[in-house]
Design a protein around this ligand. Structure first.
Ligand code: ACO
Length: 343
């Protein structure tokens, strides 16, 4: 049977660095570098400039991944785009990226299909599962999977919103999932969800069950209250569930592939909070040097954390062919996932 492997990785973060002190100096948020670092491990994040959206961030990452795989955009059979910060309510960022890759004109007018995945922090693993299935079934040879977020545009950058806004940053990561006859690649992706917690971590913006779906003022303009406009979360509840589900999902990934945690060379954790990840690593007795992290530099880039971390680790020469790696994520939904890959 055909296997699916990751043939290329790429990432892009916007150049503007926003440190914890910048949140105080630039935005007047009452916080401190010590508070944020102590609870989350975050030192800085990146913010994109106005005019730049998730598809544009994703394009940089996608082109880097394509180049590493030795492919052109026209070689793709499918684009899967994971984001919670698409340009518009609809259509999704996938089609915007598809057009930016030049797939609708001239000799490259292949009209490659594009699909958006709305699974927040576990969006990359849900997308990877989709790509894996499409490649292994023989429906696709090369699938581009992108995770990209432009959080900075939709954060409450005031003291009112500090619990959430201090955590998030912008960025994009991409991988190419390709068919291979070699005995390597994605051994399994395991997904889970608990929709009873849908509102524990959520950004409503509107409620489609209401008429009108956004309250209107006297002049007919929509009025969105700050509670609806910005993400809110019960941080302690998220922390508790994240630890339980991430440790369980990692064990599931190993058991399903007849492997043990000791067999894994590197563990890629969703970068939501360094303390969550340290807690999980401690519970599972994982050596710290097997758990790379970059949250201190980028904050939580949601769907982009895993592909950025993968791409950085490849670029550093730390992730090498023949290694066994595990990935795990947990987030809004609640949704979670894990994967085991022979690189
Ligand atoms: N700076 C200073 N003070 C702050 C900040 C801030 N950035 N944010 C909150 N506070 C204050 C609060 O206002 C509160 O003050 P009060 O006691 O006077 O009311 C106090 O700190 C404690 O607030 P809590 O929300 O209870 O703080 P907690 O210790 O739970 O830490 C945190 C908050 C860091 C979000 C923690 O709950 C957490 O890490 N949760 C996990 C959630 C997570 O990582 N989510 C990421 C997105 S989801 C995902 O990707 C999985």
């Amino acid at each position: 049977m055909t296997n699916a492997c990751i043939s290329g990785t790429g990432f892009y973060v916007p150049p503007r660095v926003v440190t914890n002190d910048d949140l105080i100096k630039t935005y007047g948020i009452e916080t401190s570098d010590a508070w944020i670092q102590q609870r989350t491990g975050i030192e800085a994040r990146r913010y994109a400039e106005a005019g730049i959206g998730s598809a544009e961030l994703g394009e940089h990452a996608a082109r880097a991944a394509l180049a590493q795989a030795g492919l052109e955009p026209v070689d793709l059979d499918l684009i899967v785009f994971a984001t919670l910060s698409p340009e518009f309510a609809f259509p999704g960022s996938g089609v915007i990226l598809q057009d930016r890759l030049g797939l609708n004109s001239g000799a490259n007018a292949k009209h490659v299909p594009a699909l958006d995945v709305r699974n927040q922090c576990s969006g990359f693993l849900y997308s990877l599962a989709t790509a894996n299935a499409m490649v292994r079934s023989g429906a696709c040879k090369h699938v581009l999977v992108v995770g990209a977020e432009t959080h900075s545009a939709a954060l409450d950058l005031s003291t009112r919103g500090r619990t959430v806004s201090s955590l998030f940053g912008d960025g994009a990561g991409a991988v190419i999932v390709s068919a291979t006859d070699d005995d390597k690649g994605i051994r399994g992706v395991h997904l889970g969800a608990d929709g009873s917690q849908a509102e524990t971590l959520c950004q409503r913006v509107w409620d489609i069950r209401e008429r009108p779906f956004i309250p209107l003022d006297d002049e007919g303009y929509g009025r969105v209250s700050p509670e609806f406009m910005y993400a809110h979360m019960d941080g302690r509840m998220v922390f508790k569930h994240a630890v339980a589900k991430m440790s369980g999902a990692l064990k599931t990934a190993c058991e399903a592939a007849d492997a043990t945690l000791d067999d894994v060379d590197l563990f890629f954790f969703h970068q939501a909070n360094l303390r969550i990840n340290q807690y999980v690593a401690e519970l599972l007795k994982l050596p710290a040097d097997k758990v790379p992290h970059n949250i201190e530099r980028y904050g939580n880039t949601t769907a982009a954390t895993l592909p950025i971390l993968l791409a950085e680790t490849v670029a550093e020469g730390r992730l090498k062919p023949g290694m066994k790696i595990a990935m795990v994520a947990f987030g809004s939904g609640f949704t979670w996932g894990s994967a085991l890959i022979d690189w």
